[in-house]
Ligand binder design. Structure first.
Ligand SMILES: Cc1ncc(COP(=O)(O)O)c(C=O)c1O
Length: 391
């Protein structure tokens, strides 16, 4: 047989779509070694800097000592260890919902929830910029999928209006769009969902721990917590909360239904005790230390203003995800490499992660960056963009 894999790899390289793994060394901090060079990391999801927080580490160590490092089975068999109960109670209370169900990853939550909630004969409406895990969940469900232009509620309403007599309608959106850093028009989406009797599902992977007075996320930011918000909300424990895993929150019956019908929940090993314990400690910090969130927002403001002063635009972002669109793939990857040489790591983002001709440097600031880190990064960005005649 001909070398299919090798040919495909060559094709990806010719298209500037080839991906490879970087060698990361050191603790998850603003400064790490990437491919052997010390750099300031500006593309992690460690938004609150909790990945190395002493309280999360202590919780993970204590759980490891007491319970071990493996949950040994799926949750419905022998893996439902005591930490799950605590974490789910805490997540439900944090989000103001009746119940929570922890999944192994956000990717698996989207896959498993969407494919359990809708099926053949149903319709899903989702935003053109929805995360890949939403897209894959839609595909797996066998429902008809209708994609509306980003945040275009008139287009969504036209679609909803045209579909009468459908068994179930599900609208799936992100709270904070992962590649643009803008927000969904959540209040209007809740109204549309009610008007057209659709279920609303919110993916708050990037809003949880960040948005709202308590850090409870997009729904809190818009004053639509609890059952006033989405019917179903998912989020990850692997970004602001500093651990690993994911959750779904909603009604008690939703939780019970998913335990029975969601294949990515049922057929996988339960999370390891240290991950669960660290997530509980992460929630403690989000709830008890709003100063960490404030430090993030201060850094976001400082870095965003710095980029703007250089003449770079970060539209449409209103959050900690700050995209600088550089359009062509090749140039974007060359910018990434030059920035690395100058001591800044910001992985370039290309299609299919973003739409064609919108490749970008997607900067993510964290609460742990110092002003010195941000000033040094801005100087390297200025030099790089000048070298490429982009300033
Ligand atoms: C919007 C969104 N949803 C879901 C996920 C997946 O979450 P996890 O990393 O826990 O699989 C991500 C992570 O990149 C994301 O950005």
């Amino acid at each position: 047989m001909s070398d299919f894999f090798g040919q495909e790899i060559e094709r990806l390289k010719r298209k500037d779509s080839y991906r490879s793994l970087r060698a990361m060394e050191g603790a998850a901090a603003p400064r790490m070694h990437v491919d052997g060079r010390e750099v300031i990391v500006l593309c992690s999801s460690n938004y609150l800097g909790l990945a190395t927080h002493p309280r999360l580490k202590a919780a993970a160590i204590e759980a490891t000592d007491r319970l071990g490092v493996c949950s040994t089975a799926s949750r419905l068999i022998a893996g439902n260890n005591e930490l799950y109960h605590t974490l789910e109670e805490r997540l439900a209370a944090f989000k103001g919902r009746e119940a929570a169900l922890v999944y192994s990853t956000g990717y698996m939550a989207n896959l498993g929830v969407i494919s359990a909630v809708v099926g053949e004969g149903d319709i899903i409406y989702t935003d053109a910029l929805s995360h890949a895990s939403i897209v894959d969940g839609c595909r797996l469900s066998r429902a008809v999928v209708k994609i509306f232009p980003h945040n275009d509620l008139d287009a969504l309403e036209d679609l909803l209006r045209a579909d009468s007599g459908v068994r179930r309608k599900l609208i799936v959106i992100d709270g904070v769009y992962s590649m643009d850093g803008d927000l969904a028009p959540f209040p209007d989406l809740t109204k549309l969902a009610k008007r057209y009797e659709a279920l609303l599902m919110l993916d708050d992977a990037h809003g949880t721990g960040i948005l709202g007075e308590r850090g409870a996320g997009t729904a809190e930011h818009f004053g639509l917590e609890g059952s006033d918000g989405a019917d179903i909300e998912i989020g990850t424990l692997g970004k602001a909360l500093g651990s690993f895993g994911a959750y779904v929150v909603g009604s008690r019956s939703l939780r019970e239904y998913l335990i029975n019908r969601s294949r990515s929940f049922i057929f996988t090993c339960a999370l390891a005790p240290p991950a669960l314990a660290a997530a509980i400690a992460g929630l403690d910090l989000v709830e008890q230390e709003p100063g960490i969130r404030q430090a993030l927002w201060d850094n976001v403001r400082y870095f965003r203003e710095g980029l703007h002063r250089l003449g770079l635009t970060t539209e449409p972002s209103v959050t900690h995800i700050l995209p600088v669109v550089t359009y062509e793939r090749e140039r974007t990857m060359a910018l990434t490499e030059r920035l690395l040489e100058l001591g800044v790591f910001c992985q370039g983002i290309r299609p299919p992660t973003v739409p064609p001709r919108t490749s970008r440097l997607r900067f993510t600031v964290t609460a742990a960056h110092t002003r010195g880190d941000l000033d040094q990064a801005l100087a390297a960005i200025e030099q790089t963009f000048r070298e490429f005649a982009l300033l």
